[in-house]
Write a protein that binds this ligand. Structure first.
Ligand SMILES: Nc1ncnc2c1ncn2[C@@H]1O[C@H](COP(=O)(O)OP(=O)(O)O)[C@@H](O)[C@H]1O
Ligand SMILES: [Mg+2]
Length: 522
């Protein structure tokens, strides 16, 4: 048995089933269709009537109201010999007067088949029965058996009826399961019935025609089966095979033996299989991108941790050789700064690395922006930072966005921290919230030096930090990159500009967050 995929077998199976049902239906309809049998019966009846009226006209004795057998014999012989029919003439009492089979035997070789030799085998006889059942005249239909009536015509129902003056027909099957059609016609004169003429088909002639038809049907069936087979295999080939290849490639990627380029590409296919391949490729690409991002993050982290460690190492080295109190104090200050920076880095890094998973896994909930912002500003006002915090909230009451309360709070704290740290003494940090159609727009403005126009984008990069010296160590450079990750995870965007109309430094910086409002407030 060829090694086909499960899908291939299924396609083959269903197509074969459909074909079988169709063919079965055709055979059944054809077998039950009485057309051929009826036509044949009509023909036999017509011939029988002609022969009967000929007999009535030329082979009867009007005076004694009897058949003249001697005259009837040659008539029957002439009329029946050219056909494949058998005629029997019965006297009014039902006795057989003439049987053309006996008449013609001298001239014509009888072709009735002998019963099949009993070859014994159970299987063989079963197969034979099945074959006859299918190929026989009336598959699976039960007809009255035909047997030879001998001298007494009254064993045939139709002969009895004909002797009463009425034409009758009958369908029977002989011991070889072949159809025997018979018509009995009264041979009658003006007021007398001289006898009955029984005309019957010789077993087998209709069967041969039917068998021929059915053989043709089976040929058609075989051709249809072959076409089905090839079309199914083609169909399966276009579905099952590429799926198998995709699965194999996916396995390779999973086991680490394959790369992103190993997923097969079917550029010529615009169907679902092509879509599937594209999706798998882009999924693999996406996964590799994530892996790459994680790897470069790990590399960045290692690099960032290395800096303060190097500085720490050299400070400790120098400390052992430091002579005076003053330089020792200075070195201790450096050590403290480095430790602070490492601590800060590790805190932010673990925060950032948790963020990705958290953003994708945890459910979002409505966050009321006004409440969030006022709480944050309240807390900043309580600290003794020497900076004034102003909240200018123009949002409609209850306006909310979908996200996570703590994470959005973290974004605004990052922005306000930055703004406060760049603010001049007694400067003002202004947080403004407005609604623009379906978007909430929150800006954080300060009165500090602003951001170099070339760096407006790069400040969002991981570990980017650029601060005046004394703040060294307090910052990891992760704040804005984390903020961007959170805001994009909530479907919004974050960007920076300078407050000066021409975007130059001097008038302070403005960080802008835009978040889509939850629908019920639109
Ligand atoms: N309000 C601001 N004014 C001027 N520069 C800013 C402001 N906010 C951020 N920056 C610049 O963006 C950089 C990155 O910020 P951030 O990611 O929060 O890192 P960090 O605060 O640790 O330095 C800062 O180092 C600073 O150079
Ligand atoms: Mg910061």
């Amino acid at each position: 048995m060829p090694h086909f995929s499960a899908l291939t077998w299924r396609i083959l199976g269903f197509n074969a089933l459909a074909l079988l049902i169709l063919m079965g239906g055709v055979i059944l309809v054809q077998a039950n269709g009485r057309g051929l049998v009826e036509e044949r019966l009509g023909g036999v009846q017509q011939q029988a009537s002609i022969v009967a009226s000929t007999l009535a006209a030329y082979a009867t004795d009007d005076a004694s109201k009897t058949l003249k057998i001697d005259d009837a014999e040659p008539l029957l012989r002439q009329l029946i010999a050219p056909t494949r029919l058998r005629a029997r003439l019965y006297l009014p009492g039902g006795n057989l007067a003439i049987d053309t089979r006996n008449l013609l035997r001298r001239n014509v070789v009888q072709t009735a088949e002998l019963p099949a030799l009993d070859t014994g085998g159970q299987v063989q006889s079963w197969v034979q029965r099945l074959y006859d059942g299918i190929m026989g005249v009336r598959p699976f239909a039960h007809l009255e058996p035909y047997y030879e009536g001998g001298e007494d015509g009254r064993v045939y129902r139709e002969v009895k009826t004909a002797l009463d003056g009425v034409t009758a027909t009958a369908e029977r099957v002989d011991y070889q399961n072949k159809l025997v059609l018979s018509v009995a016609v009264p041979v009658q004169g003006v007021r007398a019935i001289y006898g009955a003429l029984l005309v019957s088909t010789e077993g087998g002639d209709i069967d041969d025609i039917l068998r021929q038809e059915r053989a043709t049907l089976i040929e058609v069936f075989v051709v249809a089966l072959l076409v089905m087979l090839f079309s199914s295999l083609y169909l399966a080939g276009t579905i099952a095979e590429p799926i198998k290849r995709l699965a194999a490639a996916a396995d390779l990627v999973r086991s680490g033996l394959g790369g992103r380029s190993d997923i097969p590409n079917f550029p010529e296919r615009t169907d679902e299989i092509g879509d599937l391949a594209d999706s798998l490729r882009s999924m693999t690409g996406g996964l590799y991108d994530r892996i790459d991002a994680i790897e470069s993050f790990a590399a960045d982290v290692a690099h960032e941790l290395k800096n303060p460690l190097t500085s720490l190492a050299s400070a400790v080295e120098m400390f052992s050789r430091a002579k005076d109190e003053e330089s020792r104090a200075r070195l201790l200050g450096i050590v403290r700064g480095d430790i602070k920076r490492i601590d800060r880095l590790i805190t932010d890094i673990s925060d950032a690395s948790r963020l990705d998973a958290e953003l994708s896994r945890e459910a979002k909930e409505p966050v009321v922006l006004s409440r969030l912002l006022s709480t944050i500003i309240e807390i900043y006002r309580m600290t003794d930072s020497g900076v004034e915090f102003v909240l200018n909230d123009q949002l409609p009451p209850g306006a909310n966005v979908l996200g996570r309360d703590e994470r959005l709070g973290q974004v605004f704290r990052n922005l306000i921290d930055n703004a406060a740290s760049f603010s001049p003494p007694r400067g003002t940090v202004t947080v403004t919230a407005t609604r623009n159609d379906i978007v909430a727009r929150i800006t954080v403005e300060d009165e500090g030096p602003g951001i170099p126009p070339d760096n407006l984008e790069s400040i969002f990069e991981r570990f980017y930090t650029e601060r005046p010296g004394e703040n060294f160590g307090r910052n990891s450079g992760l704040g804005l990159s984390i903020a961007r990750q959170i805001i994009e995870g909530a479907g919004g965007r974050i960007y920076a500009e300078n407050r000066a109309p021409d975007n130059t430094q001097g008038a302070g910086a403005r960080l802008i967050v835009e978040l889509p409002l939850a629908l019920q407030h639109v």
